[in-house]
Design a protein around this ligand. Structure first.
Ligand code: LIP
Length: 269
């Protein structure tokens, strides 16, 4: 398979993700009538999550048959050709917001080559807002290069986070929040990790952290945050991942990291 540039990968990702966003918006009224549950009774999947994922997979593999796709709903189809790309897809991130009609849900699509994410796009399917990045090429929204927040102290920081679908985990996350909330300006729970990462990348939030994310929740948003100059990582030197993801400007990352370690934010079920 011929070498493809990250810009070309981004062009494909943006085109396919925009089509997915249109489908998500068009289907909303009918899709919320067809809802199933996954890990718990509150972990929902709608007909639109599945339809958007099938549509995106079809479009990607029609253009690049040798590639693979890791998607939230249909899992991982391994890459089949050397040098192929693995696409990492969350068809509708923020499905509970989608169900309730809260305009905070997104199509998130990243291109991974040789184990590294090299291009990513996140589109708020309700508003059309779009964030993109290529590795080394910066992070962008509406032609503006993003640079994250300039805030330097935690007590003045607006921090976003999220909660899992398991009640025991939520109990632990709630306890952490009860002690963190006195150490920051305020907390925001917006309900979609991909959008939380993009809002932090553009400085509309100062920092974000969450335990329990899957790769499809943060692959594209994580690259956008990194290319905006943010540090994106786990705790105690671990990479960002299911155990914990923290995204913050370099001036804030250390302070937030240390408080999260002190509060055992990565602990619990
Ligand atoms: C959601 C994440 C969010 C998290 C939710 C859920 P989904 O993903 O984006 O940050 O707090 O529990 O995991 O399920 O809407 O794709």
């Amino acid at each position: 398979m011929s070498e493809i540039s990250t810009d070309e990968l981004l062009t494909i990702a943006v085109r396919v993700a925009r089509q997915g966003a249109v489908t998500a918006r068009r289907m909303r009224d009918e899709a919320i009538g067809d809802v199933e549950t996954k890990s718990t009774d509150t972990d929902v999947v709608t007909a639109a999550d599945k339809a958007v994922e099938r549509q995106v997979i079809e479009a990607l593999l029609a253009e690049r048959p040798g590639d693979g796709v890791l998607g939230e709903e249909y899992g991982d189809s391994a890459t089949v050709a050397p040098g192929a790309v693995r696409w990492i897809l969350d068809p509708i991130d923020g499905t509970v917001n989608y169900l309730y009609g809260l305009p905070q849900y997104a199509v998130s699509l990243a291109a991974e080559v040789g184990g590294a994410v090299v291009a990513g796009v996140v589109i708020n399917a309700a508003t059309g807002d779009e964030w993109t990045a290529t590795r080394g090429g910066g992070a962008w929204r509406a032609g503006r290069r993003l640079a994250g927040s300039a805030r330097t102290t935690l007590d003045q920081s607006l921090v976003a986070t999220g909660f899992g679908y398991d009640a025991r985990r939520r109990e632990h996350q709630g306890a952490v929040l009860a002690r963190l909330i006195t150490r920051v300006r305020d907390i925001r729970r917006l309900g979609a990790a991909a959008l939380d990462l993009c809002l932090t990348a553009e400085g509309s939030l100062d920092a974000y952290f969450e335990k329990g994310l899957n790769l499809w929740d943060h692959a594209a948003g994580g690259l956008i945050a990194e290319e905006a100059g943010l540090v994106v990582g786990g705790l105690s030197g671990a990479p960002a991942g299911n155990e914990m993801l923290v995204a913050a400007p370099p001036a804030l990352f250390g302070a937030l990291h240390d408080v999260l370690v002190e509060l055992d934010a990565a602990g619990g079920p």
